[in-house]
Design a protein around this ligand. Structure first.
Ligand code: ATP
Length: 423
């Protein structure tokens, strides 16, 4: 974990937020490579969940909504964690996080630690707008992106031709006043979610079918982007563990260095949300009116990015590499002239670079020797390195080197784009 965190900072994936002022707990900034990785994750998710399907549409709702949304959704009342405080040093922890509590007690080196009784602590982040009535009428930064979908349920139905069963997907920021942010970006106070709310007939058998379908689809998606199967598992929530809206919940967990950890939840929300917002569905053929049930897949972009990084990190004898799937890697390829001071080589390489980057994100490097350039690209997960050398001037071929095998072969310049975009 420490090595990946160091690599993230050194190579521009992730920095702590407002670092020059000492940082701020639970907030992170994505650097030049991190933003590419995150965008690629979101792009692949959107493609598979929206664009390649006939039964899902997307929306992008606002972060701040009418506060009545959060009262109706139950979040003002029930979106809480149990909070306890160490009476010795007044640090606060989640009462249900046994690991943190044990670690904290150890810092007092055998002295008896007393804790306050657990208090419920609401995770919604409050804010105030314009000159409104302050405490009396706060607004909230959304604690989950889900509610933006529900409040637009009727708008989407009225403005599209979609029929049940169908889904509405969304990607966006959510905010939670986490008591103990930690494990790098894993538990942040500002993070991004990618969610699908899938509306179905109110029927247990339907719910069972779609619940199983979506949890398998979501597992397959992570594996299709290179996550190792043995590092993934599904875990069913126990009744006491479920969120206030969930009739059933299963987590997709990753075998992180800090233990098996949730990074996506599949939830059977029943009619909880639509009925709280007093929304119904009218079947166009039968005229029947009913409140649909909802199966939800709720994933975290930041937790996925972290686990894709951890999963792809390798140390292979003298090199460090990220074996990121080409669809996720920040750069698809890097282009090098063999040496920087031979104009003929540089010109050809520059042409290849300009051409490739019309369709792909490609890096350029002409510093140091080829070995050093390979090492620098391996460390950030670039799948291919392309070198223009003297033979290129004779036969219009370049060498292409594979990140994972380190094998090289020659290829015609005109074939490069096909080779790099081969699925
Ligand atoms: P946890 O039990 O870890 O607090 P949760 O069960 O409250 O998570 P959900 O409400 O189901 O999480 O949110 C769905 C997804 O949103 C999570 O699987 C995770 O990927 C992401 N997520 C939730 N809270 C955070 C957070 N504090 N930091 C980063 N991602 C988060």
């Amino acid at each position: 974990m420490d090595k990946v965190v160091a690599l993230c900072k050194r190579r521009g994936f992730i920095y702590s937020s407002s670092e020059i002022y000492g940082g701020i707990s639970g907030f992170w900034d994505y650097g030049p490579l991190g933003v590419e990785l995150k965008n690629n994750i979101k792009k692949e998710w959107w493609k598979s969940m929206v664009q390649l399907r006939d039964d899902v549409v997307g929306i992008d709702a606002s972060i701040i909504m009418n506060p009545k949304v959060w009262i109706a959704s139950g979040h003002v009342e029930a979106f809480t964690d149990p909070l306890i405080e160490c009476k010795r040093c007044h640090l606060r922890f989640r009462a249900d996080n046994k690991e943190d509590i044990k670690n904290h007690e150890a810092t007092h080196k055998g002295k008896k630690v007393e804790w306050t009784e657990p208090k419920t602590f609401n995770l919604l982040v409050k804010t105030y707008l314009g000159v409104t009535e302050e405490e009396k009428d706060p607004a909230y930064l959304r604690g989950e992106i889900t509610q933006g979908v529900f409040v637009n349920f009727k708008n989407v139905l009225d403005s599209s031709r979609i029929k049940i069963p169908f889904g509405i997907a969304q990607i966006g920021k959510a905010f939670r006043n986490e008591i103990t942010p930690g494990n790098f970006t894993y538990r942040s106070r500002e993070f991004e979610q990618m969610e699908l709310e899938f509306f179905i007939q109110p029927d247990e058998k339907e719910a069972e079918t779609w619940f199983s379908y979506w949890k398998m689809e979501r597992m397959k998606w992570y594996v299709s982007l290179g996550m190792k199967k043995e590092n993934l598992r599904l875990r069913e929530h126990q009744p006491g563990e479920r969120a206030h809206y969930a009739k059933r919940a299963e987590d997709i967990e990753y075998k992180a260095p800090f233990g098996w950890s949730e990074f996506e939840g599949v939830h059977h929300r029943g009619d909880w949300d639509l009925s709280r917002h007093k929304l119904i569905y009218k079947d166009a053929d039968s005229g029947r009116e009913f409140t649909p049930w909802v199966i939800e897949t709720s994933g975290g972009v930041d937790r996925s990015a972290l686990f894709f990084l951890l999963d792809s990190y390798y140390e292979d004898r003298d090199r460090t590499l990220l074996r990121l799937h080409p669809k996720l890697a920040p750069y698809k390829a890097a282009v090098f002239p063999l040496v920087a001071n031979k104009k003929e080589l540089v010109d050809v390489a520059q042409k290849i670079y300009d051409n490739l980057r019309k369709g792909l994100f490609v890096s350029w490097d002409d510093r140091g020797n080829i070995g050093k350039r390979y090492a620098a690209q391996d460390e950030i997960g670039t799948p291919y390195c392309i070198t223009v050398d003297y033979q290129t001037l004779e036969d219009k071929t370049v060498t292409i080197r594979d990140r994972d095998t380190t094998k090289q072969h020659r290829i015609k310049i005109e074939k490069l784009e096909d080779e790099l975009t081969r699925e």
